[in-house]
Ligand binder design. Sequence first.
Ligand code: FES
Length: 125
Amino acid sequence: MPFYSEKVMDHFQNPRNVGEIKDADGVGEVGNPVCGDMMTFYIKVKDNRIEDVKYKTFGCGAAIAVSSMVSEMAKGKTIDEVKAITNDLVAKELGGLPSHKMHCSNLGADALHKAIENYLSKKGK
Ligand code: FES
């Protein structure tokens, strides 16, 4: 059995939505205490929906695949729907990760949720 699922390899080799949003409505940055890797998510929100999402990932291949998948899962969703995205859900959507790489999935939803918190705090909610 291959080490990584086809979906992980696809998102690692062709990451979606990579980049930075200069005038983002919310920014969330997290670091992985296990390995020291970092991930930053940027969101644009319109009418309570994620209109655009981008990220920068300074991490391993699994972390890049995770951030790409998270960005696809979040785009177009409402704030409440995005809050319901968990790290476990992201790993499942990717067809699973090897057990010693599960810690890499912890950055994705956490960074996105921090960007949401940042957006809501700016709005005074
Ligand atoms: S080894 Fe650091 S996020 Fe994967």
